[in-house]
Design a protein around this ligand. Structure first.
Ligand SMILES: Cc1ncc(COP(=O)(O)OP(=O)(O)O)c(N)n1
Ligand SMILES: Cc1ncsc1CCOP(=O)(O)O
Ligand SMILES: [Mg+2]
Length: 213
């Protein structure tokens, strides 16, 4: 049975890489702290992209982590992903739903715009993403989103993902604003201890967990 998109937690996104083995090894260690993994390697194309997606798909299956392919509905179908993430340049949500059927999750980038989120959900999106919430060194030109968007989108009834510049130090701020999942690249992978960073971001959802240094 296809798993349901998670309601809360760390939404890990792969960093860009030219080395498939290194990419897979880097991600594997943090998976125990992730509710979801998105394959987004903008430097991989063709067969290498498919092979990386297949390897990560298998790892996620074994770890019980929801697996999402960025940008590419056809690749998501080929590798049997649990979901696909689509931005404004990645095609139409209703068209993707027609290809994917009801069981594959579709996530939608809504940038800084609650009305995009309403339209995406009406077209069949299973979650909406707002960001960049904080300045992002991965995507410095990303438009900035107000934290108020998470409260505004609460009535949509789908998980709200925050993305952009999220780190162990600001993760609790994003959760307090109403984010249900925290999508992170640099705040995990560009740190000296990615496993510790992933653990701290995951713990931002646990109000009983003390903030670790
Ligand atoms: C969870 C999540 N949110 C937003 C994005 C950004 O999507 P998009 O605007 O299509 O940009 P690229 O990631 O394709 O550069 C995302 N990937 N994931
Ligand atoms: C893909 C994307 N969309 C908005 S910000 C961003 C990059 C997220 O990476 P980081 O967590 O390193 O800021
Ligand atoms: Mg995209």
């Amino acid at each position: 049975m296809t798993p349901k998109f998670p309601r809360r937690g760390l939404y890990l996104i792969t960093p860009d890489s030219d080395d498939s083995d290194a990419l897979v090894a880097r991600v594997e260690d943090e998976l125990p702290f992730a509710a979801c993994l998105q394959y987004r390697n903008k430097r991989a194309h063709g067969e290498r992209r498919e092979s990386e997606a297949r390897r990560l798909r298998a790892l996620c299956e074994a770890a019980g982590v929801f697996f999402i392919v960025n940008d590419d509905v056809a690749l998501a179908v080929r590798v049997g992903a649990d979901g696909v993430h689509l931005g404004e340049d990645d095609g139409d949500i209703a068209a993707a739903r027609a290809v994917l059927g009801p069981d594959v999750a579709i996530g939608a980038s809504c940038y800084d715009d609650a009305s995009l989120a309403r339209t995406a959900v009406a077209a069949g999106a299973d979650y909406v993403a707002f960001g960049a919430l904080f300045p992002s060194s991965t995507k410095p030109a990303a438009r900035r989103a107000s934290p108020a968007l998470f409260a505004e989108a609460a009535s949509l009834g789908v998980p709200r993902v925050a993305i952009g510049g999220i780190t162990p130090d600001n993760a609790r701020q994003a959760v307090a604003a109403g984010a249900d999942l925290l999508a992170v690249i640099g705040g995990v992978f560009d740190t000296p201890d990615p496993v510790a960073a992933a653990r701290r971001i995951a713990s931002a959802f646990d109000p009983t967990s003390p903030e670790s240094p």
